[in-house]
Design a protein around this ligand. Sequence first.
Ligand SMILES: Nc1ncnc2c1ncn2[C@@H]1O[C@H](COP(=O)(O)OP(=O)(O)OP(=O)(O)O)[C@@H](O)[C@H]1O
Ligand SMILES: CC(C)(CO)[C@@H](O)C(=O)[O-]
Length: 285
Amino acid sequence: MTKISKAFSPGHISGYFCPKTCTNGDKGSIGGGIVITEGVTTTVSYSDKTAVEIIRRGDDNKILTKISGSPPIAYALRRMNVTARVQTECRLPLGSGFGLSAAALLSAVTAADDCFECGYSTEKREALAYEAEVYSSSGLGDVPAATGGGYICRKTPGLNGEIIRKFDADEEIAAVSLSPIPTEEIVKNTKILEDTRKAFPSGCPGGIEEFFRMSKKFAFESGLMTEDAEKIIRACEEESVPASMTMLGNGVFAYGNPAKKILSRFGSVYVMKISESGYSLLQSK
Ligand SMILES: Nc1ncnc2c1ncn2[C@@H]1O[C@H](COP(=O)(O)OP(=O)(O)OP(=O)(O)O)[C@@H](O)[C@H]1O
Ligand SMILES: CC(C)(CO)[C@@H](O)C(=O)[O-]
């Protein structure tokens, strides 16, 4: 009987970031963000040819989007020397600043390692997910972020970088997304990257409210803030709700139980919490 393995990884919303080269020469970033309870569940089984299907479901479990193919996952499987049938499932929209490519990679590599009994160490699995993410220009800091939970301050880049994780904020995170922003276009644009360097805040936030203040200042000063996001953030300010722009997506994330009501004036709201943990294997049979 064919073995079916399943793994989950949380997503990650970046509030501010700055590209940085890792000590080993790899590309990476430092920054602040939130690891979220929403993410990607990936199922892997043997097939004589790799086929990846991306599924996004709505609240009623109805399929909203079905896409064939995921270049980062196909790259990772080639590096593992395996061919597989892969299905990723998520609820959040793709390309909208929720770090879903990193979540898809961490869960796919974990499930494939189990399915094909590769016997990889944790370090090897994460290094492969990181390599595939950076090679595909689909993210810089989301893989290290999703190896654990909390709202985080990534002080140095890469998987061996120093990450401060805090778990002292347990109210809801609400998010609204108006349209995607392709990560690749931003991380390859030298002018934008220079502006993110200038706007990057120093130090780590002392609490969740300070995290949102630092993120908002970064979003404006880096020039990444969109008109749509600014309008929503202003509405949050009127009610003293901490909010900022989802990096990288044309949308807003906000903290605290009143956030959902404000954001619902602007589009479909996704409600989640700060995740207590990183990715994990869910099923092996
Ligand atoms: N849920 C998913 N399952 C499989 N592959 C995905 C998924 N989400 C994104 N990808 C792959 O990641 C690549 C780049 O996606 P992109 O960086 O735009 O998305 P993202 O990670 O959701 O966004 P962001 O980096 O802004 O959070 C695409 O090639 C896409 O196929
Ligand atoms: C570049 C980025 C904002 C894309 O989501 C993220 O990977 C990060 O914070 O490095």
